[in-house]
Design a protein around this ligand. Sequence first.
Ligand SMILES: *Cc1c(COP(=O)(O)O)cnc(C)c1O
Length: 227
Amino acid sequence: MILDKERLRDNLDRVIWKIEEARLQRSEHLIVQMCVVSKYTDIENIKTLYQLGQRNFGENQVKQLDDRSSTLDELPLAWHMIGNLQKNKINKLIELNPLLLQSLDSLELAKELDKRLKVKGKTLSALLQINSANEATKSGVSSAEAIDIYQEIKEECSNIELKGVMSIGAHVDDTKIIQDSFNSTYKIYETLQNSGATICSMGMSSDYKLAIKCGSNMVRIGSALFE
Ligand SMILES: *Cc1c(COP(=O)(O)O)cnc(C)c1O
């Protein structure tokens, strides 16, 4: 559905205001970036949000990332890959030059990706995805292994530039459990700051305020912007 500019402006204002509120509750020094998740919305709405000042957009499929980034290549947008990356889509993703692969979810994928990057003489920035809610349906490394795997990727995969971590909050109604999953990711992020991590990507439409209160500095917002 194509939304008119006023409606998108209202939605955007509301989200930005809530981000601001949550940020100030955590710390006035915390700077929170927003990645607009455009996977379920029309390409027209991406253009309108660009006019309203947004630059970072996330897609969860390489095919759609390809279609949209090429259709919109006149605009100076920064694309994020946020979904599960299949091995047979690695080369295509590298060609698309995304700003950030947020969903690097295993050591095995990192090694495969690094190999292909080396062949092409390119580098790619990425976040290690952590399954801190320990949910079988979610991808990502376990909290227990996250630090070791992060270090191993840093040491062995020289064409991947690890910038931090990404996590999806627990998919439950109990706020306490969601908060625990964010706190767990944040703790790992804190440790990894010594290894150069600067991005802690947590929080979607339903839980970004909580995520920011737990220290997130990048939220990924879809549905709240397109209602
Ligand atoms: C879809 C998606 C989002 C955005 O979800 P909303 O609830 O629509 O805000 C954020 N992160 C990831 C990894 C997603 O797949």
